[in-house]
Design a protein around this ligand. Sequence first.
Ligand SMILES: [Zn+2]
Length: 399
Amino acid sequence: MAPVTTTQRTVLAGARVVLPSGVVDGGRVTVEGTRIASVGPALGADTVSGNGSGPRPDDVVVDLGAGHLVVPGFVDIHNHGGGGASFTSGTAEDVLKGVQTHREHGTTTLVVSTVTESMDFLVRRAGMLSELVEQGDIAGIHYEGPFISPCRKGAHDESLLRDPDPADVRTLIDAARGTAKMVTLAAELPGGIDSVRLLAERGVIAAIGHTDATYEQTVEAIDAGATVATHLFNAMPPLAHRAPGPIPALLEDERVTIELVNDGTHLHPSVLELAFGSAGADRVAFITDAMDAAGFGDGMYELGPLRVEVREGVARLADTGTIAGSTLTLDTAFKRAVTVDRLSLPDAVRAISTTPARLIGLADRTGSLEPGKDADLVVLTPDLTVTAVMRQGTWILHP
Ligand SMILES: [Zn+2]
């Protein structure tokens, strides 16, 4: 019989810890291997009793210091690139470089988003990206386009847009070999409702976005199975009092989760407050919608086939000036949520980790600091700057 071996544990102590039950000052998170072994208010006072979860002599105790904060790793379900790398056109090595950049900013779970390209291109791309999902480097694929409205195309190449024919939707799902998590589409286009039904049947999120739908068309899409609003407010008709459009339909239905880009450019803080107040933290997912320049810098970039200029951190199409994704990282979104939007720490954590994790079916693995889940966590200074990141028990940034 093999001898029983125990893994040395890391105990993060002395910080404020944001748990599902609330914020604990002087709290503790004990990590064993890739998982969280226990969480608790102080050394020796475990929430999980027995089974050797109390302190051990060989525990490595990391005293983080009072005022520092430990929160669950961030979960980004809409992200096109970072660190100078594009998730739509870069090599596998480039994709991993972009993922690493976002990890260093606290994102431990990332769904890679593509932009509109030809069907052939996207099928090939899905083959490559699905390998990275299977290796555990990324959490899935989100196809943003090509099934979107030319009226609300944003930074997508109009010549490559197409109606959401369910056969094409099926082709993209199959190309991803079970790793497609979400498809953003304009459900008012021909084939849109059937495509939403197909996605729902296949367990892939149908997300309403880049849409010119009316209120009624949006309600029909939600009834058909759409469950996400892709960057609510951006790339859709604004709310008007006699022609409400998609925004109130998406906000008012409890089946729908709202993506918000909290970078101070995509949304005015008062609009974010309105949406958050309406949907609540359990129905909001903060996303970056980041492009290559995130965590990298100003300059000229490509977003799929289009040229983008990034100036002072704002990405715009070089030709038209249309906003072309963001240069946001989720640590900045988290800091804004707490300092500008005045969200409570538990609400900010829900919107940046718990809710998106649940949405993509990973609630049993990540999205909160609970025993048995992956040790995905972020340590922040009292002024909410990331100082350490752990992913599946391994330090990405050491404290
Ligand atoms: Zn996007």
